[in-house]
Design a protein around this ligand. Sequence first.
Ligand code: FFO
Ligand code: ATP
Length: 200
Amino acid sequence: MSLSKAGKSALRAALLQVRSGLTADDVEKAAELLARQALELPELSGARTVAAYVSVGREPGTRALLDALHARGVRVLLPVLLGDNDLDWGAYDGPGSLARVQHAGKMTLLEPAGDPLGKEAVVEADAVLLPGLAVDGRGMRLGRGGGSYDRVLARLERAAADPSLVVLLYDGEIVAHVPEEAHDRPVHAVVTPSGTRRFR
Ligand SMILES: Nc1nc2c(c(=O)[nH]1)N(C=O)[C@@H](CNc1ccc(C(=O)N[C@@H](CCC(=O)O)C(=O)O)cc1)CN2
Ligand SMILES: Nc1ncnc2c1ncn2[C@@H]1O[C@H](COP(=O)(O)OP(=O)(O)OP(=O)(O)O)[C@@H](O)[C@H]1O
C-alpha cells in the first residue's frame, strides 16, 4: 500500500472511532446547527439543483437541510450506490420518497425510491454536498474510501461542470493534513456546527 493510502485508512479509522462515541443527542443537536449554518451559504440557498445524500447513523446530519431545500423548491438529487461503488441519482421528494437499502458490508443507506436518472444527472447540480470524514486547510477531503465521490468529481470535470463543492463535518474534523493521491480534488467549503470555512 502507498503511504497516502495507509495514511488515509489510519486517519479514517481514528475519525470513525471518535464518531462512534457520539450519542443520539449529540448527533441531533449538531444536525440542527449544521442545517442552520448550511442554509446561510448562498451556494446552497441560491442553488436550483443540489446533489446531496441522506445522512445515516452518526454522520453529520443532512436531513433537516434536505427538507428545507426541498420545501423551498430546490431540486434535490440523492445518490444510489451501484455495485462497483459508482453512483446513480434519483430525486428527493420528501421522506416518503426514500427507501432503506442494505448494501453488502456497508451501513444501511436511505436512497431515493423513484426512477434512477443516470450517473450523469449529477452534472446538472449547482452545488454538491459530499460526505466526508475530514477536510484539511487546503480543502482536501477524506471520504469513506469507496472512491464514489472521486468518480463524481472526475465526471463533473469531464463535463466542464463547476458546481460548489461543500462538505458537512463535526467541529474536530477539520484537520491539519489529509494525505492526497493524484485523483483527489479539493472542495470549496466546509460547514461545521460552529461555522463555515471557505477554500475558494
Ligand atoms: N449517508 C451516506 N450515503 C452515501 C455515502 C455516504 O458516505 N453516506 N456514500 C459515500 O461514498 C455513497 C455510498 N458509499 C458508501 C461507502 C461505504 C459505506 C460504508 O458503510 N463503509 C463502512 C466500511 C465498510 C467498507 O470499508 O467497505 C464504514 O464506513 O463504516 C457506506 C456508503 C453514497 N451514499
Ligand atoms: N475517477 C475514478 N474512477 C475510478 N476509480 C477511482 C477514481 N478516482 C479514485 N478511484 C479509486 O477509488 C478508490 C478510493 O479512493 P479514496 O481513498 O480517495 O476514496 P475517498 O475519496 O475516501 O472516497 P469517496 O470518493 O467515495 O468519498 C481508490 O482505489 C481509487 O483508485
